[in-house]
Write a protein that binds this ligand. Sequence first.
Ligand SMILES: [Zn+2]
Length: 118
Amino acid sequence: MSEFEQKVLKLLEDINGKLDTLLKGGTGTTTTATVTPSVPAPAAEPEPSRPKPSELVEKQKEEERLIEKPPVEGRRVCSQCGGTSFNAVEDKSQVLHQMGGVKIYAKKYICKGCGAEA
Ligand SMILES: [Zn+2]
């Protein structure tokens, strides 16, 4: 038996002895604190999010409502002069979103009567 093998054997015996003391409840050198599992309780499986048919109908109705009522530009009233006609211009300082190099700007409305921004 080589020196290395003897060392390993000695270590194994040490470990064995330590295990024995652990299994016997320890001699005071080992903590007897109850081991709390660090793994949290498995989360409940989420319900498969398949919308019910009724929900789909509701969603469709909602979408139809949105289509039926587009923003009415004629209702806009100038706070400065009460004018109702406006020029819609792109507000280049407000990029709504950018797609493939094409920027979509927010719109702002300039009163045709007095030039005030609505
Ligand atoms: Zn105006």
